[in-house]
Design a protein around this ligand. Structure first.
Ligand code: UDP
Length: 363
């Protein structure tokens, strides 16, 4: 069997390895000049920099964790995000610590009690759900969080309000009735020591896998089975029109001092045109007398001008995607997966989980 995999990101590389482990011969191609897709990172001034923005591996899926752990050792990093809200740097997602940082004790205590009475401790409540509560104190809180944390950030990120985009998007960062400041509560979390590129390189380091970079897919290529992690509309020559995506522009700055901010990511929902600043040395505790940060500016994806980052979940796009999916269902021996192939806002672990499932159905 000639297996051709298009796209050398985490999805393509995972599938390559799964096939190779089964004794299959695999060729994996990518039009870019590097492996690892949008999790690509590189070292500069002794700091591991994520070229396409901050990436934190987190999962509660043991199979995924065990699979990835074959290719790296982990630095036990736990992600903490802060946001600049009303002049205070507070934990994001908004939690009980954020509440007490932003409000006088009398108000914070009253609201905390209401949250605990209504939901309980260590419970996650999507902002759009909290807004539905008819208690006036909870309404006040919900409106505050909606305006100060979600509204402008989401307008910058998606060009739409949290009410207009799919609720699952703002639901990724729920209000957390807890004192736990971490961004994720997954059982397994970490950053691969040496970086994601090294991890993907280990994954692809198998006698059955041939990697070809700077190699775009062409219809003349020969294969028995094709694994497509590019955008599904591209495969079908945009027959029904283009699936929309959001993209990002990163402005990287190296500062001649060792620390820029206290945590790896600080969000600026209501200030500036960027959404957040990432400082990379936090991830692996890299020691350097310099520091490298990135300012993140969301923008629309334009074919040929920038890269696809985020599928945009809404009813219109879902319908368009399903037109392509019905074409895909008629294709024998062509498999679509990954964030672009499935047009789904996968985290890294979900992309790997998808491959672990997909391989089961391939003879
Ligand atoms: N979000 C927000 N304010 C924040 C953080 C997140 O409005 O301070 C919303 C925004 O719509 C964002 C979504 O929640 O796109 C998901 O955030 P997440 O941090 O999961 O995005 P990612 O890291 O995948 O870009």
């Amino acid at each position: 069997m000639k297996n051709l995999i298009v796209g050398c990101g985490i999805s393509g590389a995972t599938m390559a390895r799964l096939l190779a482990d089964q004794g299959e011969q695999v060729v994996i191609i990518d039009s870019k000049n590097h492996i690892a897709g949008n999790i690509y990172d590189y070292y500069s001034d002794g700091i591991c920099v994520h070229k396409y923005g901050t990436h934190i591996f987190h999962t509660s899926n043991k199979d995924v964790w065990d699979f990835i752990s074959r290719f790296c050792q982990w630095y036990p990093y736990q992600h903490r995000v802060r946001g600049l809200i009303d002049g205070q740097i507070v934990p994001i997602p908004f939690n009980l610590n954020s509440l007490h940082s932003l409000f006088p004790a009398s108000i914070a205590n009253k609201i905390e009690q209401k949250l605990l009475d209504n939901f309980g401790m260590n419970v996650k409540v999507p902002i759009l759900e909290l807004r539905k509560k008819d208690d006036k104190d909870l309404q006040f809180l919900a409106q505050y969080i909606y305006e100060k944390i979600f509204l402008e950030y989401t307008l910058k990120q998606w060009g739409q309000t949290p009410d207009e985009i799919d609720p699952s998007v703002s639901g990724r960062v729920p209000v957390y009735i807890s004192r736990d400041d971490r961004y994720f509560q997954d059982k397994y979390q970490g950053i691969p020591i040496g970086g994601y590129t090294a991890m993907i390189k280990n994954m692809l380091n198998h006698k059955n896998i041939t990697v070809k970079l700077k190699t775009p897919f062409s219809k003349n290529m020969k294969y028995d089975r094709l694994f497509w992690t590019g955008s599904i509309d591209e495969f079908f020559d945009y027959r029904y029109g283009q699936l929309p995506y959001r993209s990002e522009r990163f402005e990287f700055i190296t500062f001649p001092y060792s620390r820029f901010q206290d945590v790896a990511v600080v969000n600026y929902p209501c200030n500036y045109d960027f959404t957040r600043i990432g400082e990379y040395k936090h991830f692996l505790n890299d020691q350097s007398d310099k520091t490298i940060v990135s300012y993140e500016y969301p923008e629309a994806f334009e074919n040929g001008k920038n890269d696809r980052y985020y599928p945009i979940a809404n009813d219109v796009n879902a319908e368009l995607y399903h037109h392509y999916l019905s074409l895909a269902k008629d294709m024998l021996n062509v498999y679509f997966f990954g964030r672009l192939g499935d047009y789904k806002y996968y985290d890294m672990d979900k992309a790997v989980a998808r491959c672990l499932e997909l391989i089961k159905g391939i003879k």
